[in-house]
Ligand binder design. Structure first.
Ligand code: HEM
Length: 381
């Protein structure tokens, strides 16, 4: 007899994919250690590109066949909800990420204008100021981990734009907020997907929930004091205050800067890729820089995937609202660093080198190359 499809629909004629989703066979750790190896091994063992397994303690179907993924995205989205909701809504509150169809569509209409390309240039002076001040204080003789440097720069930029925490005038608050964001983030990664396993200590998680409260208090006081244009624009949209605070928490959390740091650290690690296009004074044509960065983002996407959980509810299309915002940020940081500094890796990077990567919390080189950043202005004319 044919095994019926796991979707449960009587009308569905598809056969269930092979595999095992037994309760004690959770494969989350294997999956998140090295997703490509895990998926490749399962495909070979089960002789199928689509298979059943258990991830995050749930029966899961992994689709690795392009046609089926397309079919799923085109036709089946109404039967699923964002699986991250089950584990993360307590830490991130009630935002667009977890919203149902109608709410998500309304929230998109509200949020997208705040990230419209026309207003992104208003933010560029802030980023430039942050980068100039960072460069002025930098000791380029020390080997620098560019992922860590850029992650902090991107967080500083986000906090200045979204919460009006100025990188020079509000240093203490910036440090306080960064510290709580770290604790908040550690709760997210306390376990991959924050699986609540009985008897497993969850102190990282409760610290994160407390950190979230502190972050929300800071956000609320900044909001009341009308500290940023972004918050004022959000206020005009007449959203409920709690929803505004949850969205500001999402926008200023530690996750987004990690993605910016990840893409750019791969970019600098693959220096052999952009160097042929770099002029003597560190300039690179905008179109070429953008195409190289796009290719890096394609080959090394910071987040390895989303999760959808089957339900009878419907959802609308979800997509990143900050795409243009972070893209401008990434391009500007890349252009600034190339123009300002001559970068020398502390260990030689051969042409054609592709770094081994790790996947959590976001995809990036497993062992980052350190760089000396020498000010171009220190060279004799
Ligand atoms: C390089 C930086 C970024 C990357 C790689 C990235 C990636 C993503 C991805 C892959 C999703 C879809 C998740 C899914 O469908 O399950 C997403 C959604 C989202 N992103 Fe981003 N993002 C970045 C920056 C930002 C920024 C700067 C913001 C806002 C300040 C932002 C806000 C959002 C929101 C609100 C959603 C949910 C949208 C919805 O569910 O409709 N992202 N992002």
């Amino acid at each position: 007899m044919m095994r019926s499809c796991i979707c449960g629909s009587k009308k569905c004629e598809k056969e269930a994919p092979p595999g095992n989703a037994g309760y004690f066979g959770d494969k989350s750790m294997r999956m998140f250690e090295d997703p490509f190896k895990f998926i490749q091994t399962e495909i070979e063992t089960l002789n199928s590109r689509n298979f059943l397994t258990r991830l995050a303690l749930k029966q899961t179907i992994v689709l690795a066949e392009h046609k089926l993924i397309k079919h799923f995205l085109d036709n089946c989205m109404q039967d699923f909800y964002n699986g991250l909701k089950d584990n993360y809504s307590e830490l991130f509150g009630d935002s667009i990420v977890f919203a149902d169809a109608n709410t998500a569509i309304k929230l998109r209409e509200i949020l997208l204008p705040l990230f419209h390309t026309d207003i992104l240039h208003n933010y560029e002076a802030s980023l430039q100021g942050i980068l100039e001040d960072w460069a002025a204080e930098l000791d380029g003789n020390i080997g620098l981990n560019l992922y860590e440097e850029i992650k902090q720069l991107a967080l500083t930029f986000n906090l200045e734009i979204f919460l009006g925490i100025h990188h020079k005038d509000d240093i203490e608050l910036l440090q306080e907020f960064s510290g709580y964001s770290r604790e908040h983030w550690h709760g997210v990664i306390a376990l991959p997907m924050n699986i609540r396993i009985p008897f497993w200590g969850n102190s990282g998680y409760s610290t994160a929930v407390q950190a979230k409260q502190r972050l929300l208090e800071i956000i609320q006081s900044r909001y009341t004091a009308k500290c940023s244009e972004f918050m004022e624009n959000l206020k005009d949209k007449k959203m409920p205050d709690d929803s505004i605070f949850d969205h500001l928490l999402l926008f200023s959390c530690a996750l987004i800067p990690k993605a910016v740091g990840a893409i750019l650290s791969v970019f600098f690690e693959l220096s052999w890729y952009y160097k042929p296009y770099l002029s003597k004074n560190g300039e690179i044509e905008d179109g070429i820089l953008e195409r190289i960065l796009l290719e890096i983002a394609r080959m090394y996407p910071p987040f390895i995937g989303g999760i959808r959980v089957a339900s009878t509810e419907t959802i609308g299309p979800h997509d990143c609202v900050g795409r243009h915002y972070s893209w401008r940020c990434i391009i500007n940081i890349a252009r600034f660093i190339l123009k300002k500094f001559d970068l020398t890796a502390t260990t030689e990077i051969p042409v054609g080198h592709f770094p081994a990567v790790k996947y959590l919390p976001c995809l990036r080189p497993a062992t980052p190359t350190l760089f000396h950043l020498i000010h171009r202005s220190s060279y004799p004319e």
